[in-house]
Write a protein that binds this ligand. Structure first.
Ligand SMILES: Nc1ncnc2c1ncn2[C@@H]1O[C@H](COP(=O)(O)OP(=O)(O)OP(=O)(O)O)[C@@H](O)[C@H]1O
Length: 447
């Protein structure tokens, strides 16, 4: 009996999914905000159809240059580059848009495209390995080693993977950095002397620094101290303010900068004295010395934060520090459980810190376990909803205000910061003076 013969392996079409590729590109043209999420999953070379590679490359370059993205602008850019006909012209761009009823699933399709690309690499590696075996040219051990390399390349484990480096390649840069000044290193200085000492002088580009504490124990106050200090040192700070109104945030910065009590700033019935007015006026003149951009979109997503950091860089005022108040309020990507959502978010923020070469200061709530302990100080395991926070952080600072738990304590006016995780240095405890009426903390006066 003669059944239909399977075509030879190499005659079959390589795995691909044109509809998924079209859905990704259509999604990007309809909603350019998803481009960054897409690029975290696929790159242009992962697309099967060359025209699709061209379209994604052009869209990415346009986005990097801050240009508006839609079918018309992308078509104009393709015409300018002489590539419009190669990709099927304007009608094809409209076909792409028509294939997507909603942009909500764009990242889902991007994953399909990435998987197909991985399968193609696997098939190509398999064919290459088979060919090595059939031709048998060379020592068998050598051929096996070459076959192994082909397989590693398919799995993106080899040395052609841009995300992999060798120690030898790394070393010259490491030695260069050893002699770098704080400014060359992009080091963000800290307002508290003892904390700066533990953290090697300040926060470094690429670090994800998590600040954990129970509600009302001073996370925002600490974050604002770090923000003002960094801004004073000339670092542009992006403050993602999900918790307060901009007015409340502004009041806190104003109180801390002018040492006019917060209560007086917020209460129209409490008049400022002449000296306080003078300090406010002086601050008004010098306010431009504090480069702080505040994003208060209550539905802030990771893509938005990433887009905002890119936009600041494009505008020539790159962020030197990103502060997010706070983790649990970020609008998270779809995931099955809350724990997965938080884990996905901290992982993405860590990537953002590394890719954008900026320290990210992420405030996060902890659960109430800490309140049951004698010292009241939260531990790493107390991060609410996910152990990923503890894992992803380069540095974890835990905050505890003894006065918030016990109004009678002799430690009123002190606030403890525990360096509970520090990949690059020692752990330790730091105490600062809490001047919460000025919405700030300062170094303890030395005896
Ligand atoms: N005018 C004021 N005088 C004295 N203390 C104040 C004043 N206004 C606020 N506080 C205190 O300062 C602390 C504010 O802390 P902060 O907002 O930094 O906390 P948080 O850890 O960010 O908390 P949450 O997560 O609830 O926002 C609170 O304990 C609050 O009681």
């Amino acid at each position: 009996m003669t059944g239909q013969l399977e075509p030879a392996l190499e005659e079959r079409a390589l795995p691909h999914d044109i509809t998924a590729e079209q859905a990704v590109l259509g999604g990007v043209l309809l909603n350019p905000d998803v481009l960054h999420e897409v690029l975290e999953i696929v790159e242009a070379a992962d697309f099967y159809r060359p025209a699709h590679q061209v379209i994604l490359n052009v869209a990415t370059q346009m986005s990097d240059q801050g240009q508006a993205l839609d079918a018309i602008t992308v078509h104009a850019e393709l015409v300018r580059r002489g590539e419009a006909m190669r990709v099927g012209g304007a009608p094809y761009l409209h076909t792409l848009i028509e294939t997507v009823p909603t942009t909500a699933n764009t990242t889902y399709y991007a994953r399909i495209v990435a998987e197909k690309a991985q399968l193609r690499r696997l098939v190509e590696a398999g064919l290459g390995i088979a060919q090595l075996g059939y031709t048998g040219q060379g020592e068998a051990d050598d051929l096996v080693t070459r076959g192994e390399r082909l397989w590693q390349r398919a799995a993106r484990l080899g040395d052609d993977d841009p995300m992999v480096t060798t120690y030898a390649d790394l070393l010259p840069d490491l030695v260069d950095r050893m002699g770098a000044t704080a400014e060359e290193e992009g080091l963000v200085p800290l307002p508290y002397v003892d904390l700066a000492h533990l953290l090697g002088g300040g926060l470094r580009p690429g670090q994800l620094v998590v600040v954990g504490g129970r509600p009302g124990h001073g996370k925002t106050t600490i974050a604002l101290d770090l923000t003002r200090h960094a801004a004073r040192a000339g670092h542009h700070v992006l403050f993602v303010n999900l918790e307060m109104t901009d007015q409340e945030l502004g009041h806190k910065i104003l109180a801390a900068e002018t040492q006019v009590p917060l209560g007086k700033i917020t209460d129209p019935e409490a008049p400022l004295n002449a000296e306080e007015w003078a300090r406010v006026e002086r601050h008004l003149v010098h306010r431009h010395e504090l480069p702080i951009t505040i994003d208060h979109d209550p539905h802030c997503t990771l893509a938005r934060i990433r887009g905002r950091v890119s936009a600041l860089a494009r505008a020539g005022t790159p962020a030197g520090l990103v502060v997010i108040d706070y983790l649990q309020l970020i609008t998270h990507a779809a995931a099955d459980t809350r724990e997965q959502q938080i884990a996905e978010t901290t992982r993405s923020l860590k990537l953002l810190a590394r890719e954008m070469k900026v320290p990210v200061l992420l405030l996060a709530q902890v659960n109430r376990e800490a309140a049951k302990r004698d010292d009241g100080m939260p531990r790493l395991s107390d991060f609410r909803e996910s152990g990923a926070v503890e894992q992803d952080a380069n540095i974890a600072l835990m905050i505890h205000n003894p006065g918030a738990d016990d109004p009678e304590t002799p430690r009123q006016g002190e606030l403890d910061i525990r360096v509970a995780k520090n990949r690059g240095g020692p752990l330790g405890n730091v105490t600062v003076a809490a001047q919460l009426h000025y919405a700030r903390c300062v170094n303890l006066a030395r005896p």
